[in-house]
Design a protein around this ligand. Sequence first.
Ligand SMILES: *Cc1c(COP(=O)(O)O)cnc(C)c1O
Length: 388
Amino acid sequence: MIDPSDVAICVGPDDPAPSAGSGPMSVPVYRTSLFGFPTFEALMEGLSAEHRHSVYTRGRNPTVGAAERKLAALEHGEACLCFGSGMAAISAVMLGLLEAGDRILFVNQVYGPTLELAEHLHRFGIEHDVVLEAAPAAVERALRPDTRLLWLESPGTMLFRLADVAAVAALARSHDLITCMDNSWATPLFQKPLDAGIDLVVHSASKYLGGHSDVMAGAVVGTAETLERLFYRSYLLNGGILAPSEAWLLLRGLKTLPARMRQHEADGLRVAEFLREHPAVRAVHHPAFAREPSAAEAGLRGCSGLFSFELGHGGLDAVTAVIDRLKRFRIGVSWGGTESLVISPHRPGNDAELESRGLAPGLIRLSVGLEGADVLIEDLAAALDDGR
Ligand SMILES: *Cc1c(COP(=O)(O)O)cnc(C)c1O
């Protein structure tokens, strides 16, 4: 069930209603790089608190601000900063909050490029550890004296394993760690990490939040104090901002988020249930089927349309054959748009790497779009049956 107050935020006007007179439903695109001031004194005042005043679009811009207000409200956070991509948001958190000598602990299966970025941070004296499961006891064993930031994905990438988010957040708090959770899979409609005690949420808004495969965007949500720190330590100076026109597309996408997520959830479940019964399929990794914790115990209010399954037999050849036989699923990276997508983490010669990440050789990932479950099931049935 999606919270009606979240629906109201999504479908409502971009700007708070004006007290008198008429107002636009959709915020204008403030396509300007700078803002002119009536006096030099007023400019100096703006520059003294650039996180609050529109001075230059690398800092504050009203269209971007409207998207940030909506995302902060949806995540139950005090403040939000939007970025030009999810990776810009993720790097702003790491570069803005960590010092040389700090360690990051990555919990559960984490998005590949996030881990790759952490590899590069070695050059700046920031180290990291990875724990592929999220049970609090395993997380506690992986902590070290210099661990400063706990980075969590739930459901995890590729296998969609769940963490008890509140338990991990409480453990991290008892060790004085900063916690950051990537909530791109669930969106704030299905999971609110800040309510579970997590400090910061990051999003790739290029996925469900934008929702139409036509915008790259990212976001960080948290307390006003932490976001102000990020504004001056990484947002303003790294310059990875969301352009006003892209912020407008993100706002446009948010208006249909509840309707889209309801259909992604229902159709994703039907496709997953079909696959679970299919004799050519060994396992389906969908959070709705999870135990210990179950989706409800983990804090999920619903499921999106991204999940994976394993072929019972064969590796790269079998995976390639099934993917190439699909007609409705487009073959491509990313997810969260209207079109259904298929991909596999398999590459020639990467069996050992897959094994080290706990991934089976027959793994295929689906992003269920909005075509309707019946045509997708028919497509999968034909692709799986042809190969047997
Ligand atoms: C895509 C993705 C990102 C990165 O976002 P971009 O917008 O592509 O930079 C981060 N986390 C997850 C879970 C993702 O799927």
